[in-house]
Ligand binder design. Structure first.
Ligand SMILES: [Zn+2]
Ligand SMILES: [Zn+2]
Ligand SMILES: [Zn+2]
Length: 201
């Protein structure tokens, strides 16, 4: 996307352009050039570029990438990676006859803390495009239940419950946290009442 923007809005992004525009405006003030002409000179190419970029972006959006996989539902169509408003997803070429879609999976360079198999990064379309990790279930446990919003930390166990640990990212900070939701270390800390009592004395 950024490349596209630079390609099509090169003139506008260019700082020299702004300087040029400013000097043109100066000329207008001096009465040397008609103000309307200068503004037209600015808006016309700008508008053309927006139209041009729009068409190019439309093409990018429609571009589909073959996964090499056959559709598991209609068994006729090919599965392609499409880019929609909510990110990439996989769909059947027989759409709209076949409604098969699934979220695109990305393999991550990490190991499942439960079974030692690989991990996949998936996008939750229900939770505003939040990404999460699941086990690829290609290891010894085809039913491995691993799923977490955060990436597990290799070779680290929770001191309290013995569960795997994850690297939690919150408001720009990262810190290790127990991957077991029911672990006491993940319980919400009760509000501190001690201070209020002290103040009351
Ligand atoms: Zn299909
Ligand atoms: Zn697993
Ligand atoms: Zn724990």
């Amino acid at each position: 996307m950024t490349d596209l923007l630079i390609e099509h809005f090169g003139d506008i992004v260019d700082l020299r352009f702004t300087a040029d525009m400013e000097s043109k405006l100066d000329t207008v003030e001096e009465g040397a050039q008609d103000g309307v002409t200068v503004l037209q000179a600015f808006y016309t190419p700008f508008h053309e570029q927006i139209v041009k970029a729009g068409t190019a972006m439309e093409k990018v959006k429609l571009q589909t990438v073959l996964t090499g996989e056959k559709c598991p539902e209609c068994k006729e169509g090919d599965l392609v990676i499409k880019e929609g408003r909510y990110g990439k997803f996989i769909a059947c070429t027989n759409f709209p006859t076949c409604k098969y879609t699934r979220n695109q999976e990305t393999t991550v360079d990490a190991i499942c803390p439960l079974c030692g198999s690989g991990l996949l990064l998936k996008t939750s379309r229900k939770s505003r495009n939040r990404t999460f990790y699941t086990c690829d279930r290609k290891g010894q446990d085809p039913e491995c239940p691993f799923i977490n919003w955060d990436l597990p930390i290799p070779d680290q166990k929770c001191e309290t419950c013995g569960s795997y640990m994850v690297m939690k990212s919150f408001r720009g900070k990262s810190y290790p946290r127990c991957g077991n939701r029911d672990c006491p270390t993940n319980a919400r800390k009760p509000k501190e009442t001690g201070k209020a009592r002290e103040d009351g004395k």
